[in-house]
Write a protein that binds this ligand. Structure first.
Ligand code: FPP
Length: 244
């Protein structure tokens, strides 16, 4: 019997400390299959956790996800209701898996506008996973980068007014401490699925030196294999950070 050659495990040859994902195309994925949009979201939610597991395997320490933007409130109420109730369901059902895979969940965005039941489940999963170490999954929920930056500026102004911060101490580093991502590494790679090529108000500060990859794959079809394909492209990029 012919022996099947074991595929070599992919290992990144360059540092990738923070991966950001704009998960786009759930609706189009569903439409193409004549399914309701919510089926696309259901499948898309499943992919989030497959990709998180893949990131653990690939030794990527932080993944940020655009799960719900400050602009997404304009969607039909029925879709909003589904997104929040499904997020609750996923977090409830994935508790053991997240603990087993040593994944810590954190959130960026103003979650106080989300339904109370969603806030409760989100806060519970944050608390439950807070000591996990293998991977941080940072969910953008009611997140918008402009809101994040103006919120940071406002908190910085308060600290200045109260004498907690000197004007001379205000620089990129101190400013970044007021962002939701305080303490996290800068984004190295941003991937947007579905063929759209824009940032849509996602992590504008944090992607200053990130590499961008836009793939035509709809988010529900994204998987570890496709992620590795993106990582191989990322490895070839010549990151000069403004130098030569
Ligand atoms: C974009 O698809 C996707 C979003 C609205 C955000 C991401 C949401 C998920 C991955 C699923 C829900 C997640 C949880 C955890 C419940 P789109 O609707 O904009 O697609 P389209 O552009 O093709 O219409």
């Amino acid at each position: 019997m012919a022996r099947r050659r074991k595929r070599k495990k992919f290992e990144l040859s360059v540092p990738l400390n923070h991966l950001a994902l704009i998960m786009d195309g759930n609706g189009r994925w569903a439409k193409r299959r004549l399914l309701p949009r919510n089926e696309g979201h259901r499948r898309g939610a499943r992919v989030i956790f497959d990709i998180a597991e893949a990131c653990v395997d690939l030794n990527i320490p932080v993944v940020s996800l655009y799960a719900f933007s400050t602009e997404n409130w304009s969607r039909p109420q029925e879709e909003l209701d589904f997104l929040f109730s499904h997020l609750e369901e996923e977090f409830r059902n994935r508790r053991d898996e997240l603990i087993e895979n040593d994944i810590k969940i954190i959130v960026m965005g103003d979650i106080t506008r989300l339904p109370q039941s969603t806030q409760d489940v989100v806060n519970e999963i944050i608390e439950l996973t807070k000591n996990n170490k293998s991977l941080i999954v940072n969910f953008g929920l009611n997140y918008g980068a402009r809101d994040e930056i103006t919120r940071a500026a406002s908190m910085l102004a308060s600290d200045y007014k109260e004498g907690k911060l000197e004007k001379e101490a205000i620089n990129n580093k101190t400013f970044a401490k007021y962002l939701y991502t305080a303490g996290l590494p800068e984004v190295d790679l941003l991937i947007r699925t579905s063929g759209e090529e824009r940032l849509s108000n996602f992590m504008l500060w944090q992607v200053a030196y990130a590499e961008f990859i836009f793939t035509k794959t709809y988010w529900p079809d994204f998987n570890k294999k496709r992620l590795i394909k993106c990582l191989k492209q990322f490895e070839k990029r010549n990151r000069r950070y403004g130098g030569l």
